[in-house]
Design a protein around this ligand. Sequence first.
Ligand code: TYD
Ligand code: MG
Length: 461
Amino acid sequence: MAKASTSAFVCQSCGAVHAKWAGRCEACGEWNTLVEEAVSAPPGALKAEKTPTAKRGPKTEFIALNADVDTPPRVVIGVEELDRVFGGGIVPSSATLIGGDPGIGKSTLLLQAAARLARNGVKTVYVSGEEAAAQIQERAKRLKVANSPVQLATETDLRRILAALKESNPGFVVIDSIQTLWSDALEAAPGSVAQVRACAQELVRWAKKSGAALVLVGHVTKEGTIAGPRVVEHMVDAVFYFEGERGHQFRILRAVKNRFGPTDEIGIFEMHALGLTPAKEPSALFLSAEAEPGGGTAVFAAMEGSRPVLAEVQALVAKSPFGTPRRSVIGFDSGRLAMIMAVLETRCGVNFAGMDVYLSVAGGYRINEPAGDLAAAAALLSSLSGNAVPSRSVFFGEIALSGAVRAAPRMDQRLKEAARLGFQRAYGPDSSPAAEGGLTVSPIARLIALVDLLAPDAANA
Ligand code: TYD
Ligand code: MG
């Protein structure tokens, strides 16, 4: 006799379903990630839906690309930095996943957003599977939003949550977090791939049908991806990451997927004793107050989407006491540092042999742009020679393997912001636009020109 319920082996890393157990997942290549899970329904579905017969039922209607369809307007949250990342407010019938390290401030951010929306008349529900009601009330008190009409629930049972949501019919729902929910239709443990996938799918389906804007909080693994199957990222309309360094008060909300807006916008917040506030002068957050004497720092005129940001790059180049010198980076790509050093050595004759090299970006900021190369090179050269870079100067430009300095996008905006913040000189690619305000632009066509400027002796070594 065949068994009534079968089991499948689900990879806890990528969510792939296998019929047989194996030591290694064929889909993602991870070892020891397959776990047996009972499937009484097809994987991912809580109940098998009837397949419509070919003969009966209404057919799908096609419409023109420019046909009029009912699109309910976006709802502006009223927290400018948050609305910017959402693309101008929350979208009805949508699902968003927000990931981030534990303790970074996800619950704080979402409670503040929920309180603001509730106060503006949007029916708002906050479901926590992680904290007790008293803890959330305590946080609300701290954030001074305790009298906002948010409906709070502490629950992990999906069936009960869905029943309550269907009854109260809210416009904005926060689920904190998706990993704590479980559905009794599955035997798998809460937090397992099967549970996370099934619960997310049911909630997203409900949101699409009811017109609510749903936000799911997701935990991040130590590898930096949202724990559980990647399929949750595919199910939702937008995926945001909330980042920042624990020791710093700045937090950045970054969109990695957004069906309703741009993915290159970031929101910059500051974490205070009374919660998160939008950063006041975000472009100047990652600069130190005083120019440090002795060299080793250079300011990068960066862009984050449509927003200019100035970030200080710090370098330390010192004689290594070890046989194998150390290379260490914070807030910068280690591969790019190796490339910049290789170009400096090969094209410009600068010698880093026997030297430890440390590179760090101030304030917990992370440079993702290739245009940060020139500032990193300037900081390295300045530390190596002990000559400080010219005062009140910024750098931008991508370094090619040939030693040429390449153009960066939106150069005029970078210069404008640097001028606004009182910088006097910019070193950029040959194609940099002309002077801006009180700012003089000095083109650096090839990296050797920067070496001549900052470390003329190093080139002859
Ligand atoms: P939390 O929102 O609980 O983080 P997450 O949900 O991402 O795990 O925030 C936790 C941290 O934020 C905690 O270490 C304390 C700090 N915090 C403040 O500094 N100020 C505040 O007003 C609040 C509510 C939290
Ligand atoms: Mg939390």
